[in-house]
Write a protein that binds this ligand. Structure first.
Ligand code: NAD
Length: 503
């Protein structure tokens, strides 16, 4: 009796599998055969859910580029449902597509973004795309299993649905590409509201990704972007019913807006990374490392070295080492001129004056800054530097330009305290060049930052020369840290009581 029932079930499963195959979808496998890998071949011309969002007549395929945020969110929700059908193999395919395309098109997209944003350095724009392949994918999601006297339990990392993501102008396509890998590996779809200054670059990459995803998996709008983003499109995205989670990469304004939205937000907020040089290590190496990290893409990296505190007794030698490594020192008068061009004074709500960054100089070459300072330096100069006090705007503000303020401190305790004040409690990044573990430990504890790099350039904190993986979104404000696929998942528990433990 029991065996004939089993045969009937098998026959039924075969019939269902055949019918599903006829519909162009993979159905449940016969019980005695292994579950097949889900298909990555082109799907039927009209996926089952293709009609689930309105598509304006005559507009043709969107491939993820939308004028309207609500329309983008509906399309992404539809794509999310289709991705679910394709299982882990579908997600892995998308990750593979993104990594291959971003590597192959790095030069073209790097040039495009450089021309659109007009900030940073072309070679670094290209390199930031070439290293996107270091972002982790589906392999990151390992379920957590428990087995005990009361049975077995599995905790799974499952998707949210549609993620709304905000991009900075400092790295539009790199952040977009890294976010897609993390977010889709976790099983979600995503809608981006890019910075208006980098929106055309974002649309170029989004279209290419969707065309390739559509060719491989039949999903048209897994990754969406707003063609002309605005505060209104941000608002629409944050309010949309399909958006279950926000991922914000940007400065204080957008972090605040996201936290007020009522949606759960992962916030990769601003930083102002200080460096302490205590003189116990090699000063020449410290100078080279600081220039490598701080001058990278003209200081646009949020992790990039923004101000240095050096022990008085080693300061002269350290400044010489900066010059030997290619940086150019500004005189007091030159610094004054550049400061007047780089910052204006404004009154805050309480009536106090505070410096406001001049965005026109953000990400500009050291040679351009030198001209503003009333001098000239060779075009290839990586960085300018000048001696300042703690309260100087170049120390206290996140300048995002290759002008490094250097402050002399009387001892390590003062260096740590000044570094802490200049970081403003962003809990983003900090660095030390030292061979003294007590100094390292004291600074790590006092600053409490998400990233703390010892004896290397800041980029080593993201896996470039240090151990670890890459992400361009470091969730500092909300505490998730260097984002990875697990960041974009809900943890769900599945419990079998008293059974299935096999010993
Ligand atoms: P930004 O804050 O000017 O803009 C970031 C994004 O937010 C843009 O898409 C912009 O259009 C949007 N935006 C700005 N104000 C908004 C508001 N009130 N409401 C809704 N959207 C708003 O920053 P940026 O110049 O593009 O990028 C540089 C900033 O981002 C720096 O502060 C840097 O430290 C930070 N950043 C942080 C990380 C990180 O991983 N933590 C990574 C990159 C950049």
């Amino acid at each position: 009796m029991a065996s004939s029932l089993l045969l009937d079930e098998n026959a039924l499963r075969h019939v269902v599998a055949e019918v599903m195959r006829g519909l162009g979808r993979t159905g449940p496998a016969p019980a005695e055969t292994p579950r097949p890998v889900r298909p990555s071949a082109p799907p039927p011309a009209a996926p089952a859910s293709a009609g689930a969002f309105p598509r304006a007549a005559g507009k043709g395929p969107r491939f993820g580029v939308f004028e309207d945020a609500n329309e983008a969110c509906a399309a992404a929700q539809d794509a999310f449902a289709q991705l679910k059908e394709q299982g882990m193999a579908g997600r892995a395919k998308v990750v593979e597509i993104v990594k291959e395309l971003v590597t192959a098109r790095a030069v073209e997209w790097g040039k495009f973004e450089f021309e659109e944003t007009k900030i940073g350095r072309l070679e670094h724009k290209i390199e930031k795309l070439q290293i996107v392949k270091l972002v982790p994918g589906v392999e990151w999601l390992r379920p957590y299993g428990l087995s005990g006297d009361h049975g077995i339990t599995m905790e799974e990392y499952t998707p949210y649905g549609v993620v709304g993501a905000i991009l900075p102008v400092t790295h539009s396509v790199p952040t977009l590409s890294g976010n897609i890998i993390n977010i889709v590996a976790a099983g979600n779809a995503v809608v981006f509201n890019p910075h208006p200054g980098g929106a055309r670059s974002a649309a170029l990459a989004v279209r290419a990704y969707n065309e390739a995803i559509h060719a491989a998996l039949g999903i048209e709008n897994l990754v969406c972007t707003i063609a002309k983003p605005s505060l209104e499109s941000f608002d629409a995205l944050a309010r949309n019913e399909f958006v279950r989670l926000l991922c914000v990469t940007g400065g204080p304004g957008v972090v605040q807006a996201a936290m007020k939205s009522g949606k759960r937000a992962i916030c990769a907020g601003p930083g102002n990374p200080p460096v302490l040089v205590d003189g116990t290590g090699c000063l020449k190496k410290a100078a080279r490392d600081i220039i490598q990290g701080g001058a990278y893409d003209n200081n646009l990296l949020c992790i990039g070295e923004k101000q240095v505190f050096v022990l008085e007794s080693f300061a002269d030698k350290f400044l010489e080492a900066l010059v030997a490594a290619g940086a150019v020192k500004l005189t007091g008068t030159q610094l004054e001129k550049l400061t007047a061009a780089a910052f204006t004074m404004a009154k805050d709500a309480g009536g106090c004056s505070h410096p406001v960054l001049n965005r026109a100089l953000v990400g500009k070459d050291a040679a351009v800054l030198a001209r503003e300072a009333g001098t000239s330096v060779p075009e290839k100069t990586p960085m300018l530097f000048a001696e300042t006090n703690l309260e100087h705007p170049f120390v206290m503000e996140e300048q995002m330009m290759p002008m490094l303020p250097v402050v002399r401190v009387k001892d390590v305790a003062q260096g740590i305290e000044f570094a802490r004040r200049s970081e403003h409690g962003y809990k983003h990044s900090a660095l030390i060049h030292s061979l003294n573990v007590e100094h390292m430990t004291a600074m790590a504890r006092a600053l409490d930052t998400t990233l703390f790099v010892k004896n290397g350039p800041s980029v080593a904190g993201l896996g470039l020369g240090g151990e670890g993986y890459l992400s361009y979104s470091i969730a500092t404000t909300t505490g998730e840290g260097i984002t990875n696929p697990k960041t974009f998942t809900r943890t769900r528990r599945c419990v079998m009581v008293d059974n299935l433990r096999i010993y």
